[in-house]
Write a protein that binds this ligand. Sequence first.
Ligand code: NAD
Length: 430
Amino acid sequence: MLPGSILADANQRLEQALKYTSISDDAVETLKFPQTSLTVSIPVRMDNGTLKIFQGYRVRYDDTRGPGKGGVRYHPHVSLDEVQSLAFWMTFKCAALNLPFGGAKGGITVNPKELSRMELERLSRGYIDAIADFIGPDVDILAPDVYTNAMIMGWMMDQYSIIKRQICPAVVTGKPVSMGGSLGREAATAMGAFFVIEATLPKFDRHPSNTTVAVQGFGNAGAILAELLFRAGYKVVAVSDSQGGIYSKNGLDIPSLRQFKDASRGVKALYCDSTVCHTAAEEVLTNAELLALDVDILVPAALENQITEANADTIRAKLIYEVANGPITSAADRILTDKGIYVFPDILVNAGGVTVSYFEWVQNRSGLYWTLAEINQRLKLRIVEEAESIWLVARDLSIDLRTAAYVHALTRLGEAISAKGTRDYYLNGH
Ligand code: NAD
């Protein structure tokens, strides 16, 4: 593990939590390293006839508690280090939510916005060809992440089924509903975050009507959460995406913004070169300005490493709910804690996605499909219960919520690793 890597930073959370748990040294050693990391080269015939090779990754961090589970990210900055860190977070997230899965993640270094739909399909099917021996419904299950969606999951499931010569819906979650996807999966991450906010806000004597919110990242997770909060009476004063953000002190009309963004299919149209900005009297602001707004709730819902040592001091929000994975570095964590800011961590707040993925996997395997109401009810029950447990761990040990979430997850992981043993056969002469 390279010093300065994202994984090294993620491991600091483990070190911090270890001070408050008594799991075995063997379990600690096991959890410091990813179990298996696969790097593949994916050849894709581009529309203009040329051949292009893309780098893809799949990492299984730990599968002691069950098959690997984790999304696939398409982004120009995807690297093995990033994928390993995301797999690390998935391991702790699944344990924190008590899902019968280990942690995994995948990714391709690509800017999907530069590919045609056919190129994207060839790339996605090529990725599955390359990693097919490494995944499976009982081995490692894929899902969407940044810049991947239900359509891509459908291609991936179909390609895996072609290779196996049988229909294998449970190898991928987040599929189109028509291909065995679960109702509620698309909104699940946002819905889970919404349930966590609703369950914990009263602890701070706050109510939706007097609570302002800023959301960084207006994609699948951030935009749906912004709309859920808007509809519940919160004042969402700022949202942003990769190109910048908008602010209105009276609150933004989130459903209109979502409609507008969907219709324009581009993010640029959200900003002041568009009529929406002028008519709604919104101000344009940068992502740095959005993060520093004086709001009650800040929701980072874009990418990792957005709040670092360099800008943590500028943060004025009272509560942060991390919808993105790893948006705050460990150094920034310490600064925010010293400032008295409560950070509800990613491994709890964004776990709605993997929880409903779990429900999708269960439905695929049982062949019995649940209603949307059933899914949301089961999600709420589970995520609120785990949020409450983490809150109590933090209170009882007088520690921050992130460390508490890791302690909570580590206890389960430590028990499982001790129960299974570390498979160091040769040392013991087996
Ligand atoms: P998405 O691709 O749908 O949206 C990402 C959004 O972030 C886009 O609006 C993009 O323009 C914006 N963005 C990118 N770079 C930015 C920047 N520098 N500043 C501001 N905005 C920026 O992705 P998503 O599925 O919504 O995922 C967002 C985050 O949530 C990721 O960290 C992802 O790992 C995490 N997450 C997503 C899910 C899920 O089910 N979708 C589940 C768990 C965690």
